[in-house]
Write a protein that binds this ligand. Structure first.
Ligand SMILES: Nc1ncnc2c1ncn2[C@@H]1O[C@H](COP(=O)(O)OP(=O)(O)OP(=O)(O)O)[C@@H](O)[C@H]1O
Ligand SMILES: [Mg+2]
Length: 356
């Protein structure tokens, strides 16, 4: 984007009086993301992320309608593992979306960091991240309108870029439904089937522009989980025709070759999520449950605290403690903390347990 149009964006949003832009976070093909403050009376200011849609997209009526429709569908998706949308706004034909501001890295950044460090992502951390994404998806896939109608929301763009971790160890999926608008029309190309989402994470049916369902998102979680485990993308091909071959029929590489000590249950969950036939894939709920079951069987249970500790360890330069507290809160380790190293419960816990 040129400096001039960047100023136009700034000007329009500041002029509207609603937002103060703090900094530009990133500029992508479809939008620019800012950290901003949503202003209210008497100095009220709420930190938000503002996604400002590039003007050439907003000029394309069909694209705009899809974008608005999807934003309307996702507006009420309020869930702990989903980045919440606050507002869809328009000023002088310029569209923006205000959403929950996430302090923390994307899963893409976590993967990249591990590649640099040449250390694997701990299995429990990978399983925990994927399990939380499954929870977000299960919520969205089964979401009903206030009239009780199923909305059949499909994310369509699950990828490491759209999964964020907060510094205190929570996992949040972002950009719900945006890919529908994204993949349907590309105003720059004037080609209706142009694929603009992260095509290397798409299921066979989505890549072939067939009907998608919640199971298409499950496939994308599988591709993301593979990358967390192997620290290498599952699909490489750049040319769309070759990628289609790779995604639809070429034998998948064995994760065990790259991660020899992968536990059998994780390998099975991964394989099932990557089935070419959507009907043979688990639902997001079933995949999440299976991951949770494995996590619970581990000596060190995956929790937000654990992810927070992990992020603090690997991202030393950018890590920002979420509060001024000098020690990590261990609330979510409550039950685990009650087990002694020898595996026996503390007496007082047993007493409380009996009383309850
Ligand atoms: N809610 C948010 N809070 C904080 N940072 C965000 C938020 N949403 C996005 N970002 C940051 O902005 C970057 C760009 O996001 P954007 O959604 O425009 O592109 P992308 O996720 O890389 O690709 P796409 O969403 O098109 O697949 C992200 O990588 C992330 O660093
Ligand atoms: Mg995104």
């Amino acid at each position: 984007m040129s400096t001039a149009s960047m100023h136009t964006e700034d000007h329009i949003l500041e002029y509207a009086g609603a937002f103060r832009l703090v900094r530009k976070i990133a500029q992508g093909g479809m939008a620019t993301v800012y950290e901003a403050e949503h202003l209210g009376p008497a100095g009220f200011a709420k930190r938000v992320a503002l996604k400002v849609i590039h003007p050439h997209y907003a000029k394309e009526k069909t694209w705009l309608q899809l974008f608005i429709d999807e934003a309307k569908l996702s507006a009420n998706l309020v869930h702990g593992n989903i980045v919440q949308i606050y507002q869809l706004g328009e000023v002088d034909g310029q569209y923006y979306m205000a959403m929950e501001y996430i302090k923390g890295p994307t899963v893409r950044a976590i993967i990249e960091r591990h590649r640099v460090l040449e250390t694997p992502v701990p299995l429990a951390i990978s399983a925990y991240i994927a399990s939380r994404v499954c929870r977000a998806l299960d919520f969205a896939h089964n979401f009903v309108s206030s009239d009780g109608d199923r909305l059949d929301i499909v994310h369509r763009d699950v990828s490491p870029n759209n999964i964020m971790a907060t510094w205190d160890g929570h996992v949040k999926l972002t950009d719900f439904g945006i890919a529908k608008a994204n993949t349907s029309i590309d105003p720059m190309q004037k080609s209706p089937q142009m694929l603009m989402g992260k095509k290397h994470y798409m299921s066979p049916e989505q890549l072939l522009a067939l009907e998608v369902s919640g199971r298409s998102d499950v496939f994308a979680v599988g591709v993301t989980l593979y990358e967390l485990l192997a620290l290498e993308p599952l699909f490489y091909e750049d040319a769309t025709e070759l990628l289609i071959d790779e995604v639809t029929w070429r034998p998948l590489p064995s994760v065990r070759e790259l991660v020899p000590d992968i536990p059998r249950p994780i390998e099975e969950i991964l394989t099932a999520s990557l089935d070419r036939d959507p009907n043979k894939r688990p639902t997001a709920a079933a995949m999440g449950r299976a991951l949770d079951k494995w996590c619970e069987s581990q000596a060190v249970v995956a929790t937000p605290d654990r992810l927070q500790e992990h992020l603090a360890t690997i991202l030393t330069d950018s890590y920002q403690p979420p509060t001024a507290s000098e020690e990590l809160t261990k609330f979510s380790n409550f039950k685990r903390g009650l087990r002694r190293a020898d595996g026996k419960r503390h007496n007082w816990w047993s007493r409380m347990f009996k009383r309850a």
